[in-house]
Design a protein around this ligand. Structure first.
Ligand code: PRP
Length: 190
């Protein structure tokens, strides 16, 4: 595994084994998702909630693909570690700026893995009594699911590879790649 210093010295693409979803494919699917979401909520109130940090790139492109009036807000979460995560406990690092009571809320995620983060978020947001609560995720790794989650819109179902780019990180790096890539095992293996 290269050190953080070595990682900084190399072109990011050198750490990528292969491109899983290229830029054009991402943008085409996001245009479809945006159109479907706009059709679904047309004429209604809509608030998109991005779960930081991974979803920021998807969020930025998705809102420009939704040609109806809507608002955005942000939340940041962090798990308490692997053991606590499987118990479904997630820490809120940043909460929403405004109440969601009576609003149509759409949670925007970059990836669903075990499902624990969303399971917890849905639970706590439901307690705030939104008019509706739905989920859009760019990526879904169904093989990794530990808790059942109903997802309303999925960009791509992907295999259980270590993916980075387009907001997704390894060690807080690679979020700026414009595509979804599979990381070379030598980068993350011990
Ligand atoms: C990732 C992702 C989801 C969560 C999915 O966030 O953005 O929020 O993990 O995993 P789960 O389904 O197993 O709960 P992460 O904690 O890596 O933070 P980040 O978005 O800031 O990178």
């Amino acid at each position: 595994m290269p050190s953080q210093t070595a990682l900084r010295a190399m072109p990011l693409e050198d750490a990528i084994e292969r491109v899983l979803v290229d830029e054009a494919t991402l943008q085409a699917r996001i245009a479809e998702l945006g159109a479907e979401i706009a059709d679904f909520y047309r004429g209604q109130d809509l608030l998109l909630i991005s779960v930081l940090k991974g979803s920021i790139v998807f969020m930025a492109d998705l809102i420009r693909a939704i040609p109806i009036a809507h608002e955005i807000d942000f939340m940041a979460t962090s798990s308490y570690g692997v053991a606590a995560r499987s118990s479904g406990v997630v820490r809120i690092l940043k909460d929403l700026n405004k109440s969601i009571e009576g609003r149509n809320v759409l949670i925007v995620e970059d990836i669903i893995d075990s499902g624990h983060t969303l399971n917890y978020l849905v639970r706590i947001l439901q307690e705030r009594q939104p008019a509706s609560l739905r989920i859009v995720t760019l990526l879904d790794k169904p093989e990794r699911r530990e808790v059942d989650i109903h997802v309303d819109w999925v960009g791509f179902a992907i295999p259980n590879d270590f993916v980075v780019g387009y907001g997704l990180d390894y060690n807080e790096t690679f979020r700026n790649l414009p595509y979804i890539g599979v990381l070379k095992p030598g980068i993350y293996a011990n």
